[in-house]
Design a binder for this molecule. Sequence first.
Ligand SMILES: *Cc1c(COP(=O)(O)O)cnc(C)c1O
Length: 350
Amino acid sequence: MSIEDNIRKVTPYVPGEQPVGKVIKLNTNENPYPPAREVGEAIRNMNMENLRLYPDPECMSLRKALADRFDYDPENIFVGVGSDDVLSIAFLTFFNSDKPILFPDITYSFYSVWADVYNIPYERIHVDENLHIKKEDYYRENGGIIITNPNAPTAIGESPKFIEDILKHNKDSVVIVDEAYVDFGCESVVDLIDKYKNLVVVQTFSKSRSMAGMRIGYAIADKNLIKVMSDVKFSINSYTMNQPALQAGIASVQNEEYFRDCIDKIISTREYTKERLESMGFTSTDSKTNFLFVTHKDIKAEYIFEELKKRKIYVRYFNLPRINNYLRITVGTREDMDVLIENLEDICNL
Ligand SMILES: *Cc1c(COP(=O)(O)O)cnc(C)c1O
């Protein structure tokens, strides 16, 4: 017997690099625009004396703001420290079967990490040769399902009808839909939570709301599901959300116009960049996200990744089966993308 025998060993999730110094950072799908001005004001206007007090463990003010926006009750909303926290609690709460949970082989790589750390059996279901999820593959016994829509890193979005078909065939297990990128051109299934009591929709402030540094995510679901998630949370850490995060979150949710403006700019830059890359010999999936998933007809993705890095442009490369000749490129400002395009033209010898 040694200490080693008692230690839980896991292979952790590896986030994209956060380089120091000046680079063009297109590797972790952050928003290139700052959060709404009101977000900064809300933090500056806080009474700092109140920081001596614990925050509201129920996070009621932020849940109310989100409930108003989505036209549900606060009891339909769970908030956490980024959607990674929310998803992790959801895995722990809902995936306790001996049957495997199902998710695509190409998707957010955190899912298998949580399944491993919580000892949840899982099966990765192959996406088709065009990287599309095949919904029929999810019409079978399982311990739960998690689908990212639009999917990452493929950027492909599916319709609410597609998700509803999966829900219809899985009334006995919880289906989590991770909508981290839904605001960039896909339709949410949040309207289906009354009809499907087994649906959990998870969204985040990190991408479309420009607040990755603030760490806010949330789940929207039937009140019974939110209640059990909350019970699990209160069994681990009562005070997950700090006071500035609650205030900043409320200010962001209440500013729909700025939010829409940023999204419109990103979508138009995305389509511009996609066209330019295609004229250079890249092919791209039909992105409904704030990133492009591209492959070049002649030049290896890994080579392009390394060359861009030398030029202080960071994109994401996954050395994983089936996608090891693709790059995931976050949509930055129009100026960032023009620098990227110029450098790619040089690397591709055009
Ligand atoms: C970015 C991302 C998350 C996590 O975002 P948080 O910053 O933790 O809110 C979750 N799921 C997917 C698919 C993502 O891309």
